[in-house]
Design a protein around this ligand. Structure first.
Ligand SMILES: Nc1nc2c(c(=O)[nH]1)N[C@H]1C(S)=C(S)[C@@H](COP(=O)(O)O)O[C@H]1N2
Ligand SMILES: [Mo]
Length: 160
C-alpha cells in the first residue's frame, strides 16, 4: 500500500486505511473528476463519501461521522444522514496528492455547506488535513468554533 493517508474506522465491519494510490485506483464510478463542476471555487479530484462507506460497511446503529485532523487537532462530528449522499473527499490536484495549501492530503467537502456556525453542516465542517474518519452511534469529538469570536481566533491561528 502507498503511505496511508486516511483511516476509516469505528462501528464498521471493514475498517480501511487508504493511501494516494488506493484512492486513485478506486473505480471511475466512485470518483469525482474536477470538483470545480460542483463548486467553482474548488479544484482537484475527489472520491464520494458514499463509496467509501460502501467499502467499510457501517453498522446499522451508526448516526455520526467524525472527521479528525490530527495535524492541527481540529475535529468535527456531524449527523451522517445529512452528508452521506453528497459529501466528497478531495485528494488529488493535477495528478498529485492534494497539497497542504489546499487542505490536503485529504479534504472533506460538503457542496452546499451552511455559513459558519449556523448549522451542524456548516463550512467549518469542511475539514482539511483529514487523517481519520470515525463512524459511531453517538456524537464524537468536535471542536469547531461556536461563535464569531472563536471563529476569528481560529482563522488567525490558521494564517500564522
Ligand atoms: N484541519 C482543519 N480544517 C478546517 C479548519 C481548521 O482550522 N483546521 N477550519 C475550518 C473552518 S472554520 C472553515 S470556515 C473552513 C475554511 O476553509 P478554506 O480555508 O478552504 O476557506 O475550513 C474548515 N476546516
Ligand atoms: Mo468556519
Amino acid at each position: 500500500m502507498s503511505q496511508p493517508l486516511l483511516t476509516i474506522a469505528g462501528e464498521v465491519a471493514n475498517p480501511l486505511s487508504l493511501g494516494f494510490a488506493e484512492l486513485a485506483n478506486l473505480p471511475a464510478a466512485l470518483q469525482v473528476i474536477d470538483v470545480s463542476r460542483i463548486d467553482p471555487k474548488r479544484k482537484g479530484d475527489a472520491v464520494r463519501l458514499s463509496s467509501l462507506l460502501e467499502l467499510v460497511k457501517p453498522s446499522a446503529a451508526v448516526r455520526y461521522l467524525t472527521l479528525h485532523a490530527s495535524t492541527d487537532d481540529f475535529h468535527a462530528s456531524i449527523p451522517l444522514a445529512d452528508v452521506r449522499d453528497k459529501a466528497i473527499l478531495i485528494y488529488r490536484l493535477d495528478g498529485q496528492s492534494l497539497p497542504t495549501s489546499a487542505g490536503g492530503p485529504v479534504r472533506f467537502f460538503i457542496p452546499d455547506f451552511a455559513a459558519c456556525h449556523t448549522s451542524e453542516i456548516d463550512e467549518c465542517a469542511n475539514v482539511k488535513f483529514v487523517d481519520r474518519i470515525e463512524l459511531t452511534s453517538e456524537r464524537g469529538q468536535d471542536n469547531r468554533p461556536h461563535d464569531e469570536k472563536e471563529h476569528a481566533e481560529l482563522h488567525e491561528r490558521e494564517a500564522s
